[in-house]
Design a protein around this ligand. Structure first.
Ligand code: UDP
Length: 191
């Protein structure tokens, strides 16, 4: 895997793997967008969104930020998959929304694909520790089995977004997590 991930990386996918329905779905959508542009001159914009989080996530969507935040607020065990040394790069929703609006405002010839995300890389274990601290939680970390095909590292190269959209993320992880945890504190039952 090319690291950080650039738009020109065509990927190498196993069409029958556990996660690949999701991956191929996204790939197919991009293919269709470009065919519609070629065949029907449709204006298109393709954003490749990397791990985004923030208030109003669903508490049971199974994604790591919502899962850990809810577990921490309930003082339940934090379930790290594998050794927790895999990385992700988390983008706060307000930064992502700003980038999407900017992308929609670009001239017609800007089609993407264009990476949108926050390039600050964080281990899943580091994320768990940060969420426990910010939530003031007594949760303990527990290590459970790693799902098949779980990517080891994820970090977007956002040079194109910086250049074409004059954009870069501004919300640090700690600040975004604080707002997200506060959101879950007011919406989920913790007792
Ligand atoms: N993860 C974890 N515990 C959980 C949920 C997720 O350790 O309870 C890990 C997951 O295995 C992956 C990372 O957190 O390594 C990000 O998972 P998520 O599903 O949020 O995003 P994606 O894997 O699609 O980037």
């Amino acid at each position: 895997m090319v690291h950080p991930q650039v738009e020109e990386n065509w990927g190498n996918v196993n069409p029958i793997g556990l996660r690949y329905c999701y991956y191929e779905g996204k790939r197919c959508a991009e293919t269709l967008f470009f065919d519609y542009r070629r065949q029907h001159q449709l204006n298109i914009k393709i954003a490749r969104i990397f791990n985004t989080y923030g208030p109003r996530m669903h508490p049971n969507d199974g994604r790591v930020v919502s899962r850990f935040a809810v577990q921490a607020l309930r003082n339940q065990d934090i379930t790290i998959h594998g050794d927790g040394r895999q990385t992700r790069s988390f983008c706060y929703v307000d930064d992502l929304a700003d980038a999407l609006v900017r992308l929609m405002q670009t001239p017609d010839e800007v089609t993407g694909p264009i990476n949108l995300g926050n390039p600050v890389e964080c281990t899943i274990e580091g994320l768990a520790e940060m969420i426990i601290a910010l939530a003031g939680s007594s949760s303990k970390i527990t290590y459970v089995s790693l799902p098949a095909d779980d990517p080891r590292r994820r970090k977007p190269d956002i040079s194109k977004a910086k250049d074409l959209l004059r954009w870069k993320p501004t919300v640090p992880l700690e600040e975004g997590l604080t707002k997200t945890i506060e959101y879950f504190r007011t919406t989920i039952q913790t007792a």
